[in-house]
Design a protein around this ligand. Structure first.
Ligand SMILES: Nc1nc2c(ncn2[C@@H]2O[C@H](COP(=O)(O)OP(=O)(O)O)[C@@H](O)[C@H]2O)c(=O)[nH]1
Ligand SMILES: [Mg+2]
Length: 329
């Protein structure tokens, strides 16, 4: 090869020869494109590669039109689903490894993860589903990335806080999602302020690799860019200490509560909570348990914060996290 390209390029090229599916090949070619330095010596190579990418995309579009597009979904499990989205190399896989039992490949080259990788993160007596999505760049995003994101409960944008491309990478994630009418927000707007057909997803930003000195240097400009749009949590995915902090934080952002049910006359055992949105009332919990209980419900008794044991409450009493309920029909 006449041009000077970094070793990662050759490594990617080797993987390209092994790649089987079109999606894989396309992702690797996009990666090669991103790795290749831009100067006169690479002009020809870049234009050739661009042509190949274009052809492959066209072939893919044809398949889509003929209905061959394969859809990738991740069925929800546990108390809520949080997607980990971001540029390559932010530390999504490492986060998943530290917080769940999943074992996605962690690597210093981009685009390691081509399929969604789910894992279950324990939090107290429940489990929350984390889903690592393939990297989002300005040239590459698998169709299922917005599809899965749209359906998630919360988004966590995972960024390498130490990267010189931090702001561009962050911008790209938001812009790519907006193309699909997905808006990452701190707070979901009131119905009258929503755009028709748009999806608003509560979002937090994980500023990862926070222990690196460059992260500290980048912080002021990054906070300026953020301008309070999302909560920023500094993390070190490699540090086990995040297990003490992140599960609670993710739980809080899901804006859910746990309520336990108790049968009249039986001992209170706090097991298998019902998961309900914050603001749910006694009636909602009854519905969550059984339609018939909801239909016949007269009142409930409550054990938990702010109540004396067995206090009687009406059907519209708003629930608190951790309450135990006894339904009376
Ligand atoms: N210093 C440091 N490196 C990290 C951290 N998290 C991930 N990495 C490294 O960053 C690279 C990319 O991580 P990975 O989890 O594969 O990123 P992904 O592409 O977002 O899934 C790997 O070499 C990781 O070991 C962190 O908190 N601190
Ligand atoms: Mg990954």
């Amino acid at each position: 090869m006449p041009t000077n390209v970094p070793p990662q390029y050759h490594e990617a090229e080797a993987r390209l020869r092994q790649a089987k599916t079109r999606e894989e090949k396309l992702a690797i070619m996009e990666e090669m494109m991103a790795i290749m330095p831009k100067h006169k010596g690479t002009d020809k190579l870049r234009s050739e590669l661009n042509q190949k990418i274009k052809k492959m995309k066209e072939a893919g579009d044809k398949d889509k039109k003929s209905g061959a597009r394969k859809s990738v979904t991740v069925p929800k499990e546990g108390a809520g689903q949080i997607v980990l989205v971001g540029p390559p190399n932010g530390g999504k896989s490492q986060l998943l490894r530290t917080l769940t039992n999943a074992t996605p490949e962690v690597a210093a080259y981009p685009f390691t993860t081509r399929m969604p990788a789910p894992g279950m993160m324990p939090f107290e007596d429940i489990r929350i589903q984390l889903v690592e999505l393939p990297a989002v760049t300005d040239t590459a995003m698998e169709q299922f990335v917005p599809d899965i994101t749209r359906n998630a409960d919360v988004a966590a944008i995972v960024l390498d806080l130490a990267s010189p491309d931090l702001l561009d990478a962050a911008d790209t994630v938001l812009k790519q999602m907006e193309k699909h009418y997905i808006f990452f927000v701190n707070k979901v707007p009131e119905p009258e302020e929503r755009k028709i057909g748009a999806v608003y997803l509560r979002t937090i930003v994980l500023g990862n690799k926070a222990e690196l000195p460059e992260a500290e240097d980048n912080l002021p400009i990054f906070e300026e860019w953020l301008a309070g749009r999302f909560p920023l949590i500094k993390t070190s995915a490699v540090n086990e200490e995040i297990k003490e902090m992140l599960p609670r934080l993710f739980y809080d952002h899901l804006r859910i509560i746990r309520v336990y049910t108790k049968a009249p006359g039986k001992k209170l055992e706090k097991q298998d909570p019902l998961i309900l949105p914050i603001g749910s009332n006694v009636m909602d919990a009854a519905h969550g348990l059984h339609k018939e209980i909801a239909q016949k419900l007269k009142y409930a008794r409550v054990w938990g914060e702010g109540m004396h044991d067995g206090q009687q409450v009406a059907r519209d009493e708003v629930l608190k996290d951790g309450w135990a309920l006894e339904f009376h029909v």
